[in-house]
Design a protein around this ligand. Structure first.
Ligand code: FAD
Length: 430
């Protein structure tokens, strides 16, 4: 058995039978025993969808080579273990940027595809899978399949958001977007109610990127942030720095007092209703990447992130109700993010995004009462016609999963029978 492995939330921590590190695309993988395997990128999922306790993990991180680039149209082919950070270091000097990026660049492209990640431009660009032209998939019978919308299309749609269960993705080809400068013209606007947040979202159609911070002290005021890349060459093109502050050990810093203080200070850091700034992309997209292991602030028991989406038509009836149901005086969230998803449909059978409002909210792991509250929230999200994000989950029940992801029956036809995960064993009918 291996040492304990956990994902970003540090909950759960589990042992594996074996952990294999792939270095080259033609390295042998042992599919022959009765033990299942699961691809593992950088473990930046929060819950257990990247864990496979008592079974095997295949770590792809050393498959980190660039394979091909077309500078005319921005199409890049890479090995699946390369990070978004490494892709940016290649793309930016050539005048290109990622088509979609989550709130961290410290993830692999394989992980981005297998969770079909979304970013601040969902309302304009959809999720990562919308920009994937094709990928190579290794199945446990040894077949290596190129999958695209035209070739092996069933496996293409199943593997986008396929949480590592359809096989090992080895190479990925995706489109990028032009960017002349690395600076963003951004605006921050304070809002005092969820209605005002929705109005701001509606009137932000001309902005490529938008996201809001929600004040956890009252769950209806916050700061709406939006922005566009500066398109002309009035600002230079400067890469991010790799320097990070390191948190060496668990600090257990999150408690009702620090949460209240942080949220009060954050809301009052901006005096005016609206402020305009020119911001480097690294601060705009990845403010948390500057602190390595900030998850250690939550202490050794770890934390859960609850991210849900509900359709617009359910927002009036359910949004406040769900938010009230999950927060409590003793365990409120340090950081709460709210955003609208747009109309562009995700390609994956199991993708998370749908048109509506999504909220991501963190909780220090405190045990049974928290789990009970989140189960109740699941019921409300299901009633509202929404779903909870698998990439952030460590606890949803089989019943909740089935109502959130009605495509699971069709999806399960494409699972490779040698692949499994803790998440899948918990939610599927074996
Ligand atoms: C600070 C922070 C901010 C985040 N912000 C966002 C956000 O804004 N939007 C968002 O969508 N997500 C966000 N996330 C979640 C994160 O982007 C996803 O969980 C991402 O998938 C993690 O990638 P990874 O490389 O660490 O993969 P892992 O977490 O290791 O694995 C994720 C899944 O991909 C599978 N997988 C990995 N590599 C392969 C492969 N080569 N072949 C097949 N399957 C594979 C794994 O089996 C697993 O199911 C955030 C995470 C953090 C820590």
């Amino acid at each position: 058995m291996t040492d304990f492995v956990s994902s970003f939330g540090n909950y759960p921590k589990v042992q594996h039978n074996n952990i294999y590190y792939l270095n080259w695309l033609d390295d042998d993988i042992n599919f022959s025993d009765n033990i299942s395997i699961l691809p593992y990128g950088l473990g930046k999922s929060y819950g257990d969808s990247c864990l496979n306790s008592n079974n095997n993990l295949i770590v792809t991180r050393n498959l980190n080579r660039l394979i091909e680039f077309d500078n005319e149209n921005g199409q890049l082919t890479v090995e699946s273990g390369i990070t978004l950070e490494e892709c940016l270091e290649f793309l930016i000097p050539r005048g290109w940027f990622l088509p979609v990026t989550p709130g961290t660049k410290l993830i692999t492209v394989g992980g981005a595809l297998a969770n079909d990640v979304h970013g601040k431009n969902h309302h304009k660009a959809g999720s990562f899978g919308n920009h994937v032209l094709g990928f190579e998939l290794l199945r446990s019978d040894g077949t290596l399949l190129w999958c695209s919308e035209e070739i092996n299309s069933d496996l293409f749609f199943a593997s986008i958001g396929g949480i590592g269960l359809t096989g090992l993705i080895t190479k990925i080809k995706f489109r990028n977007i032009r960017c002349n400068s690395t600076y963003i013209q951004s605006e921050s606007i304070k809002f005092k109610s969820l209605e005002e947040f929705l109005d701001l979202s509606n009137e932000s159609e001309n902005f490529e990127y938008s996201v809001s911070w929600l004040d956890t002290n009252n769950l209806h005021s916050g700061i709406f942030s939006r922005g566009n890349f500066i398109r002309d060459d009035s600002y230079p093109s400067i890469l991010h720095s790799r320097k990070k502050i390191n948190i060496p050990f668990n600090l257990d810093f999150i408690n009702p007092l620090t949460v209240k203080t942080f949220n009060t200070l954050y809301y009052s850091k901006q005096f005016e209703k609206k402020s305009k700034n020119i911001i480097h992309y690294d601060s705009f997209f990845y403010p948390l990447d500057k602190i390595n292991n900030w998850n250690k602030f939550y202490g050794k028991k770890g934390f859960l992130q609850y991210q849900f989406v509900i359709p617009f038509e359910s927002v009036n009836k359910y949004l406040s109700k769900i938010l009230k149901s999950i927060t409590s005086f003793t365990n409120s969230s340090f950081l709460t993010v709210i955003k609208t998803f747009g109309q562009i449909k995700s390609k994956g059978l199991m993708s998370f995004p749908m048109e509506g409002v999504t909220v991501a909210i963190d909780f220090k792991f405190t045990g049974f009462n928290l789990l009970k509250r989140l189960d109740y929230a699941d019921k409300l999200v299901a009633e509202a016609g929404g779903r909870v994000y698998i990439a952030k989950d460590a606890r949803m029940s089989q019943k909740a999963f089935m109502s959130f992801y009605p495509n699971h029956i069709h999806f399960s036809k494409f699972i490779d029978n040698k692949f499994s995960s803790d998440f899948w064993r918990r939610v599927s009918i074996l």
